[in-house]
Design a binder for this molecule. Structure first.
Ligand code: FPP
Length: 235
């Protein structure tokens, strides 16, 4: 099995998974968060170097207040325990998204976590929180305009590489494989620029049930895809 370098996942179906068992939606998020931890080990053991998960989108604020609070508290707990775990696993953690809208304590937790793990050479783990790809692109464009006005960069020097360096994913290679769990087949404002040539894989399995076997199956499908990046391959 040839592991993709970067796997990105849209963690979908926590709520439906819990409801199908007669349990509250928030229970699904708790199980979903536990699964993220488990998958960080599984991905790395399979040879994946970059793993990016969509934990909370710019649109998720529209959910009922108690659900938003429950997810934020899960993230809080997760980030708190993450420093210790990341040091043990040598994991480098980054948060993608507009952090300015998050509570102060979450912001400082994120700052500490990124600082403490930035030189780690194991799995590169990215968590998208208050992330929306259109928002990310707009923030990049505004910064580029600013840097052009202050003559830090020139309009003529702007190319795809330079533009990429203004995104939250600066320095991170584009995903090779995107997985969305739980049956929906859409991108939902996730990594629109970065997914330009990514292979897409959709599964009906809900995120809390998505484990090593399911990931291996996705990688097998990925291995059988013919990636041409718009070019032609000779037979
Ligand atoms: C999608 O399921 C899931 C979310 C919007 C939240 C995912 C967040 C976590 C698992 C929290 C923890 C994350 C980390 C990184 C520890 P859904 O609620 O949209 O499910 P549904 O489509 O069945 O309603």
């Amino acid at each position: 099995m040839n592991a993709p370098k970067h796997v990105a996942i849209i963690l979908d179906g926590n709520g439906r998974w819990a409801r199908s068992k007669g349990l509250p939606r928030n229970y699904g998020h708790i199980q979903g968060a536990k699964n993220v931890e488990k998958m960080c080990e599984i991905t790395y053991n399979l040879g994946i170097q970059y793993f990016t998960v969509y934990a909370f989108s710019t649109e998720n604020w529209l959910r009922p207040k108690d659900e938003v609070e429950a997810i934020m508290n899960l993230l809080r707990n997760y980030l708190k325990n993450c420093i210790k775990r990341a040091q043990k696993n040598n994991m480098c953690v980054k948060v993608l998204g507009d952090l300015s809208k998050l509570d102060e304590d979450l912001k400082s937790q994120i700052f500490e976590l990124e600082k403490a793990t930035k030189d780690n050479k194991g799995l590169h783990f990215q968590v998208a929180i208050n992330y929306g790809s259109r928002d990310e692109i707009l923030r990049a464009v505004k910064k580029i305009i600013e840097d052009t006005e202050t003559k830090k960069i020139r309009k003529d020097g702007l190319n795809e590489e330079l533009f990429s360096s203004y995104l939250d994913t600066k320095g991170i290679p584009d995903p090779d494989l995107l997985i969305r769990t739980s049956g929906e087949q859409r991108i939902s404002n996730y990594l629109l620029w970065q997914l330009a040539y990514t292979e897409l894989y959709f599964t009906n399995v809900a995120w809390p049930d998505f484990g090593e076997e399911e990931l291996k199956e996705a990688i097998e499908v990925y291995n059988n895809r013919d990636r041409r990046y718009g070019a032609v391959k000779e037979d």
